[in-house]
Design a protein around this ligand. Sequence first.
Ligand code: MG
Length: 383
Amino acid sequence: MTFAGIVVAAGTGSRAGGAKQWRQLGGKPIVRWSVEALLQAGAAPVVVVIPSGAQDQLAEALSGLSGWAAVSGGETRALSVQAGLAALTGPADQIVLIHDAARPMLTGPVIDRLLNALTDADGAIPALPVPDTLKRGHGGAITDTVDRAELWRAQTPQAFRADRLARAWANWPGDEAPTDDAAVVERDGGRVALVQGDARLMKLTFPEDFAMAEALIAQTTPRMQTRVGTGFDVHRWGPGTSVWLCGVEIAHDQTLIGHSDADAGLHALTDAILGALGDGDIGDHFPPTDPKWKGAASDQFLIHAVERVAARGGRVVHVDVTLICEQPKVKPHRLAMRERLAAILNLPLDAVSVKATTTEALGFTGRGEGLAAQAAATVELPA
Ligand code: MG
Protein backbone atom coordinates (compact mmCIF):
# COMPACT_ATOMS: atom_id res chain seq x y z
CA MET A 1 0.00 0.00 0.00
CA THR A 2 1.45 3.39 -0.94
CA PHE A 3 1.41 6.20 1.58
CA ALA A 4 3.20 9.40 2.44
CA GLY A 5 4.69 10.38 5.77
CA ILE A 6 4.86 13.72 7.55
CA VAL A 7 7.30 13.99 10.43
CA VAL A 8 6.66 17.02 12.58
CA ALA A 9 10.00 18.24 13.91
CA ALA A 10 9.33 21.96 14.01
CA GLY A 11 9.90 22.50 17.72
CA THR A 12 12.43 25.09 18.74
CA GLY A 13 12.90 23.57 22.18
CA SER A 14 11.29 26.20 24.40
CA ARG A 15 10.14 23.49 26.83
CA ALA A 16 12.90 20.88 27.01
CA GLY A 17 15.95 23.17 26.91
CA GLY A 18 17.11 22.88 23.28
CA ALA A 19 15.38 21.43 20.25
CA LYS A 20 15.15 17.72 20.93
CA GLN A 21 14.74 16.58 17.30
CA TRP A 22 18.49 17.12 16.75
CA ARG A 23 19.57 15.47 19.97
CA GLN A 24 21.46 12.15 19.70
CA LEU A 25 19.65 8.99 20.72
CA GLY A 26 21.28 5.59 20.30
CA GLY A 27 23.97 7.19 18.14
CA LYS A 28 21.77 9.12 15.71
CA PRO A 29 19.68 12.28 15.75
CA ILE A 30 16.15 11.79 17.10
CA VAL A 31 14.49 13.01 13.88
CA ARG A 32 16.40 10.37 11.88
CA TRP A 33 14.74 7.49 13.75
CA SER A 34 11.24 8.34 12.52
CA VAL A 35 12.31 9.19 8.96
CA GLU A 36 14.21 5.89 8.68
CA ALA A 37 11.25 3.91 10.07
CA LEU A 38 8.78 5.50 7.64
CA LEU A 39 11.09 5.11 4.64
CA GLN A 40 11.74 1.49 5.57
CA ALA A 41 7.97 0.86 5.78
CA GLY A 42 7.61 2.22 2.24
CA ALA A 43 6.51 5.83 2.80
CA ALA A 44 7.02 7.94 -0.33
CA PRO A 45 7.81 10.70 0.22
CA VAL A 46 8.53 11.55 3.84
CA VAL A 47 8.03 15.28 4.38
CA VAL A 48 9.87 16.59 7.43
CA VAL A 49 8.52 19.80 8.96
CA ILE A 50 11.33 21.76 10.59
CA PRO A 51 11.93 25.22 12.05
CA SER A 52 12.68 27.73 9.30
CA GLY A 53 16.41 28.00 8.66
CA ALA A 54 17.12 24.44 9.86
CA GLN A 55 17.52 22.91 6.37
CA ASP A 56 21.25 22.32 6.77
CA GLN A 57 20.78 20.79 10.20
CA LEU A 58 18.17 18.39 8.79
CA ALA A 59 20.33 17.47 5.79
CA GLU A 60 23.14 16.58 8.17
CA ALA A 61 20.80 14.58 10.44
CA LEU A 62 19.46 12.62 7.45
CA SER A 63 22.71 12.30 5.48
CA GLY A 64 22.76 9.22 3.29
CA LEU A 65 18.96 8.87 3.24
CA SER A 66 16.88 9.63 0.15
CA GLY A 67 13.15 9.95 -0.38
CA TRP A 68 12.53 12.81 2.02
CA ALA A 69 11.76 16.50 1.61
CA ALA A 70 11.90 19.40 4.03
CA VAL A 71 9.35 22.14 4.64
CA SER A 72 9.32 24.95 7.19
CA GLY A 73 6.74 24.70 9.93
CA GLY A 74 4.42 27.26 11.47
CA GLU A 75 3.92 28.82 14.89
CA THR A 76 1.82 25.94 16.16
CA ARG A 77 1.83 22.18 15.62
CA ALA A 78 -1.43 22.52 13.67
CA LEU A 79 0.13 25.01 11.24
CA SER A 80 3.19 22.80 10.89
CA VAL A 81 1.04 19.79 10.00
CA GLN A 82 -0.80 21.86 7.41
CA ALA A 83 2.51 23.01 5.93
CA GLY A 84 3.48 19.35 5.63
CA LEU A 85 0.16 18.45 3.99
CA ALA A 86 0.55 21.32 1.52
CA ALA A 87 3.96 19.96 0.51
CA LEU A 88 2.53 16.59 -0.57
CA THR A 89 2.29 16.12 -4.30
CA GLY A 90 0.53 12.74 -4.62
CA PRO A 91 -3.15 12.04 -5.38
CA ALA A 92 -5.69 13.97 -3.28
CA ASP A 93 -6.93 10.81 -1.57
CA GLN A 94 -3.48 9.42 -0.76
CA ILE A 95 -2.88 8.00 2.67
CA VAL A 96 -0.74 10.13 4.93
CA LEU A 97 0.80 9.20 8.26
CA ILE A 98 1.45 12.20 10.49
CA HIS A 99 4.09 11.54 13.10
CA ASP A 100 5.82 13.48 15.85
CA ALA A 101 9.61 13.28 15.75
CA ALA A 102 9.53 13.23 19.55
CA ARG A 103 8.37 9.59 19.32
CA PRO A 104 11.45 8.09 17.67
CA MET A 105 10.86 4.39 18.27
CA LEU A 106 8.38 3.78 15.49
CA THR A 107 8.05 0.18 14.32
CA GLY A 108 6.73 -1.46 11.15
CA PRO A 109 3.90 -3.40 12.85
CA VAL A 110 2.32 -0.15 14.13
CA ILE A 111 2.39 1.28 10.60
CA ASP A 112 0.82 -1.93 9.22
CA ARG A 113 -2.00 -1.79 11.78
CA LEU A 114 -2.75 1.84 10.89
CA LEU A 115 -2.83 1.18 7.15
CA ASN A 116 -5.12 -1.84 7.63
CA ALA A 117 -7.51 0.12 9.85
CA LEU A 118 -7.96 2.86 7.23
CA THR A 119 -9.91 0.51 4.95
CA ASP A 120 -13.10 1.17 6.95
CA ALA A 121 -12.34 4.36 8.88
CA ASP A 122 -11.64 8.03 8.17
CA GLY A 123 -8.59 7.93 10.35
CA ALA A 124 -6.61 5.59 12.59
CA ILE A 125 -4.37 6.19 15.56
CA PRO A 126 -2.22 3.94 17.74
CA ALA A 127 -3.32 4.05 21.36
CA LEU A 128 -2.63 2.34 24.66
CA PRO A 129 -4.96 1.71 27.58
CA VAL A 130 -4.40 3.68 30.78
CA PRO A 131 -2.95 1.29 33.37
CA ASP A 132 -2.93 3.70 36.31
CA THR A 133 -5.93 4.73 38.35
CA LEU A 134 -6.80 8.27 37.37
CA LYS A 135 -7.63 10.93 39.94
CA ARG A 136 -9.02 14.36 39.53
CA GLY A 137 -7.60 16.72 42.12
CA HIS A 138 -7.73 20.28 43.25
CA GLY A 139 -5.70 22.13 45.84
CA GLY A 140 -3.62 19.05 46.67
CA ALA A 141 -6.59 16.80 47.37
CA ILE A 142 -8.58 14.30 45.34
CA THR A 143 -11.94 15.49 44.18
CA ASP A 144 -12.88 12.50 42.08
CA THR A 145 -11.72 9.10 40.78
CA VAL A 146 -12.03 8.96 37.02
CA ASP A 147 -13.43 5.87 35.32
CA ARG A 148 -10.62 4.86 32.95
CA ALA A 149 -12.45 1.97 31.28
CA GLU A 150 -12.86 3.89 28.00
CA LEU A 151 -9.77 6.08 28.19
CA TRP A 152 -6.87 5.71 25.78
CA ARG A 153 -3.44 7.31 25.47
CA ALA A 154 -3.17 8.60 21.90
CA GLN A 155 0.14 8.18 20.10
CA THR A 156 1.40 8.95 16.62
CA PRO A 157 1.67 8.32 13.70
CA GLN A 158 -1.94 9.09 12.93
CA ALA A 159 -3.22 7.93 9.55
CA PHE A 160 -5.74 9.61 7.26
CA ARG A 161 -6.71 10.04 3.62
CA ALA A 162 -5.22 13.44 2.82
CA ASP A 163 -8.43 14.83 1.29
CA ARG A 164 -10.56 13.72 4.27
CA LEU A 165 -8.15 15.43 6.67
CA ALA A 166 -8.08 18.60 4.53
CA ARG A 167 -11.91 18.72 4.55
CA ALA A 168 -11.92 18.34 8.33
CA TRP A 169 -9.36 21.13 8.69
CA ALA A 170 -11.53 23.40 6.53
CA ASN A 171 -14.33 22.97 9.08
CA TRP A 172 -12.14 23.36 12.18
CA PRO A 173 -12.84 26.54 14.22
CA GLY A 174 -9.89 28.87 13.67
CA ASP A 175 -9.67 29.99 17.29
CA GLU A 176 -8.95 26.51 18.65
CA ALA A 177 -5.74 24.45 18.59
CA PRO A 178 -6.20 20.66 18.43
CA THR A 179 -3.62 18.64 20.36
CA ASP A 180 -3.58 15.94 17.71
CA ASP A 181 -4.78 15.41 14.15
CA ALA A 182 -7.42 12.84 15.00
CA ALA A 183 -9.31 15.51 16.98
CA VAL A 184 -9.86 17.48 13.77
CA VAL A 185 -11.44 14.52 11.97
CA GLU A 186 -13.44 13.53 15.07
CA ARG A 187 -14.90 17.03 15.32
CA ASP A 188 -15.87 16.84 11.65
CA GLY A 189 -17.91 13.72 12.34
CA GLY A 190 -15.30 11.29 11.01
CA ARG A 191 -14.73 7.81 12.43
CA VAL A 192 -11.23 7.40 13.80
CA ALA A 193 -10.18 3.84 14.58
CA LEU A 194 -8.06 2.87 17.56
CA VAL A 195 -5.31 0.36 16.83
CA GLN A 196 -2.89 -1.19 19.25
CA GLY A 197 -0.09 1.25 20.06
CA ASP A 198 3.38 0.47 21.30
CA ALA A 199 4.91 1.38 24.66
CA ARG A 200 8.15 2.14 22.82
CA LEU A 201 6.38 4.94 20.97
CA MET A 202 6.57 7.00 24.13
CA LYS A 203 6.91 10.73 23.67
CA LEU A 204 10.29 12.05 24.78
CA THR A 205 9.37 15.01 26.95
CA PHE A 206 11.24 14.93 30.26
CA PRO A 207 14.98 14.29 30.84
CA GLU A 208 14.22 10.85 32.30
CA ASP A 209 12.39 9.90 29.08
CA PHE A 210 15.65 10.20 27.13
CA ALA A 211 17.47 7.98 29.62
CA MET A 212 14.70 5.37 29.38
CA ALA A 213 14.79 5.48 25.58
CA GLU A 214 18.58 5.04 25.57
CA ALA A 215 18.23 2.01 27.84
CA LEU A 216 15.54 0.48 25.60
CA ILE A 217 17.63 1.00 22.48
CA ALA A 218 20.75 -0.43 24.13
CA GLN A 219 18.71 -3.53 24.97
CA THR A 220 17.29 -4.08 21.50
CA THR A 221 20.27 -3.17 19.31
CA PRO A 222 22.97 -5.82 18.92
CA ARG A 223 26.09 -5.13 20.95
CA MET A 224 28.89 -4.18 18.58
CA GLN A 225 32.56 -4.85 18.99
CA THR A 226 35.20 -2.65 17.41
CA ARG A 227 37.98 -4.35 15.50
CA VAL A 228 41.05 -2.96 13.78
CA GLY A 229 42.71 -4.71 10.85
CA THR A 230 45.94 -3.80 9.11
CA GLY A 231 47.20 -4.41 5.60
CA PHE A 232 50.48 -4.00 3.74
CA ASP A 233 51.28 -4.25 0.06
CA VAL A 234 54.18 -3.63 -2.32
CA HIS A 235 54.37 -3.40 -6.10
CA ARG A 236 57.47 -2.74 -8.15
CA TRP A 237 57.86 0.05 -10.67
CA GLY A 238 58.07 -0.69 -14.42
CA PRO A 239 57.58 1.08 -17.74
CA GLY A 240 54.30 2.91 -18.13
CA THR A 241 52.55 6.27 -18.32
CA SER A 242 50.22 6.26 -15.35
CA VAL A 243 49.68 4.61 -11.98
CA TRP A 244 46.57 3.68 -10.01
CA LEU A 245 46.64 4.62 -6.32
CA CYS A 246 43.64 4.45 -3.99
CA GLY A 247 41.28 4.16 -6.96
CA VAL A 248 42.64 7.25 -8.73
CA GLU A 249 44.69 7.17 -11.94
CA ILE A 250 47.70 9.49 -11.82
CA ALA A 251 49.83 10.41 -14.82
CA HIS A 252 53.39 9.26 -14.12
CA ASP A 253 56.50 8.25 -16.06
CA GLN A 254 56.29 4.71 -14.64
CA THR A 255 53.58 2.29 -13.61
CA LEU A 256 53.27 -0.33 -10.88
CA ILE A 257 53.56 -3.89 -12.13
CA GLY A 258 51.09 -6.50 -10.96
CA HIS A 259 48.53 -9.07 -12.00
CA SER A 260 45.66 -6.61 -11.46
CA ASP A 261 45.96 -2.84 -11.88
CA ALA A 262 48.56 -3.02 -9.04
CA ASP A 263 46.80 -0.37 -6.89
CA ALA A 264 48.83 -1.03 -3.74
CA GLY A 265 46.72 1.43 -1.71
CA LEU A 266 43.50 -0.45 -2.44
CA HIS A 267 45.22 -3.81 -1.91
CA ALA A 268 46.54 -2.80 1.52
CA LEU A 269 43.15 -1.40 2.47
CA THR A 270 41.31 -4.51 1.27
CA ASP A 271 43.65 -6.64 3.38
CA ALA A 272 43.08 -4.36 6.39
CA ILE A 273 39.32 -4.91 6.18
CA LEU A 274 39.70 -8.66 5.65
CA GLY A 275 42.10 -8.61 8.61
CA ALA A 276 39.48 -6.99 10.83
CA LEU A 277 37.08 -9.77 9.81
CA GLY A 278 39.67 -12.54 10.32
CA ASP A 279 38.71 -13.51 6.79
CA GLY A 280 42.01 -14.40 5.12
CA ASP A 281 43.77 -12.08 2.69
CA ILE A 282 43.22 -10.62 -0.74
CA GLY A 283 45.05 -13.54 -2.37
CA ASP A 284 42.56 -16.01 -0.87
CA HIS A 285 39.61 -14.10 -2.31
CA PHE A 286 41.20 -13.14 -5.63
CA PRO A 287 43.93 -15.69 -6.48
CA PRO A 288 46.61 -14.11 -8.70
CA THR A 289 46.67 -17.42 -10.59
CA ASP A 290 43.11 -16.76 -11.80
CA PRO A 291 43.25 -15.09 -15.26
CA LYS A 292 39.93 -13.42 -14.38
CA TRP A 293 41.79 -10.81 -12.28
CA LYS A 294 44.41 -9.93 -14.92
CA GLY A 295 44.45 -6.14 -15.24
CA ALA A 296 41.39 -5.94 -12.97
CA ALA A 297 40.37 -2.62 -11.41
CA SER A 298 41.14 -3.05 -7.74
CA ASP A 299 38.08 -1.17 -6.48
CA GLN A 300 36.16 -4.42 -6.89
CA PHE A 301 38.45 -6.06 -4.32
CA LEU A 302 37.61 -3.33 -1.83
CA ILE A 303 33.89 -3.54 -2.64
CA HIS A 304 34.05 -7.30 -2.04
CA ALA A 305 35.66 -6.78 1.39
CA VAL A 306 32.99 -4.21 2.32
CA GLU A 307 30.29 -6.68 1.28
CA ARG A 308 31.88 -9.33 3.52
CA VAL A 309 31.58 -6.86 6.41
CA ALA A 310 27.92 -6.14 5.61
CA ALA A 311 27.17 -9.88 5.36
CA ARG A 312 28.38 -10.23 8.95
CA GLY A 313 26.03 -7.43 10.08
CA GLY A 314 28.89 -4.99 10.53
CA ARG A 315 30.19 -1.82 8.98
CA VAL A 316 33.49 -0.13 8.22
CA VAL A 317 33.67 3.06 10.29
CA HIS A 318 37.12 4.44 9.47
CA VAL A 319 40.10 3.75 7.23
CA ASP A 320 43.63 5.13 7.13
CA VAL A 321 46.00 4.47 4.22
CA THR A 322 49.68 5.43 4.05
CA LEU A 323 51.46 5.42 0.69
CA ILE A 324 55.24 5.05 0.89
CA CYS A 325 57.15 6.34 -2.14
CA GLU A 326 59.46 9.08 -3.42
CA GLN A 327 57.39 9.58 -6.60
CA PRO A 328 54.74 10.45 -7.64
CA LYS A 329 53.82 13.29 -5.30
CA VAL A 330 50.65 12.13 -3.55
CA LYS A 331 49.46 15.37 -1.98
CA PRO A 332 47.89 16.92 -5.12
CA HIS A 333 45.77 13.76 -5.50
CA ARG A 334 45.00 13.09 -1.87
CA LEU A 335 41.55 14.66 -1.80
CA ALA A 336 40.50 12.77 -4.94
CA MET A 337 41.73 9.53 -3.34
CA ARG A 338 39.82 10.19 -0.12
CA GLU A 339 36.68 11.04 -2.07
CA ARG A 340 36.97 7.86 -4.13
CA LEU A 341 37.47 5.69 -1.03
CA ALA A 342 34.64 7.49 0.80
CA ALA A 343 32.32 6.77 -2.13
CA ILE A 344 33.23 3.06 -2.24
CA LEU A 345 33.03 2.68 1.54
CA ASN A 346 29.95 4.91 1.93
CA LEU A 347 31.76 6.88 4.63
CA PRO A 348 31.93 10.59 5.38
CA LEU A 349 35.14 12.19 4.14
CA ASP A 350 36.44 12.78 7.65
CA ALA A 351 36.41 9.01 8.28
CA VAL A 352 38.75 8.39 5.33
CA SER A 353 42.43 9.23 5.63
CA VAL A 354 45.12 9.01 2.97
CA LYS A 355 48.66 9.92 3.98
CA ALA A 356 52.00 9.71 2.21
CA THR A 357 55.60 9.52 3.25
CA THR A 358 58.99 8.95 1.70
CA THR A 359 61.67 6.76 3.26
CA GLU A 360 64.36 9.46 3.00
CA ALA A 361 65.80 7.77 -0.12
CA LEU A 362 66.45 4.60 1.91
CA GLY A 363 65.44 1.07 1.02
CA PHE A 364 63.55 -0.19 -2.05
CA THR A 365 61.03 2.64 -2.00
CA GLY A 366 63.83 5.16 -1.57
CA ARG A 367 65.73 3.75 -4.55
CA GLY A 368 62.56 3.93 -6.60
CA GLU A 369 62.33 0.18 -7.10
CA GLY A 370 58.81 -0.09 -5.77
CA LEU A 371 55.95 1.52 -3.86
CA ALA A 372 54.62 0.29 -0.54
CA ALA A 373 51.26 0.94 1.08
CA GLN A 374 49.96 0.21 4.52
CA ALA A 375 46.45 0.59 5.85
CA ALA A 376 44.35 0.29 8.96
CA ALA A 377 40.58 -0.27 8.95
CA THR A 378 38.25 0.08 11.90
CA VAL A 379 35.24 -2.21 11.63
CA GLU A 380 32.22 -2.66 13.89
CA LEU A 381 30.84 -6.18 14.08
CA PRO A 382 28.02 -7.67 16.15
CA ALA A 383 29.62 -9.01 19.34
MG1 MG B 1 49.01 -6.01 -4.42
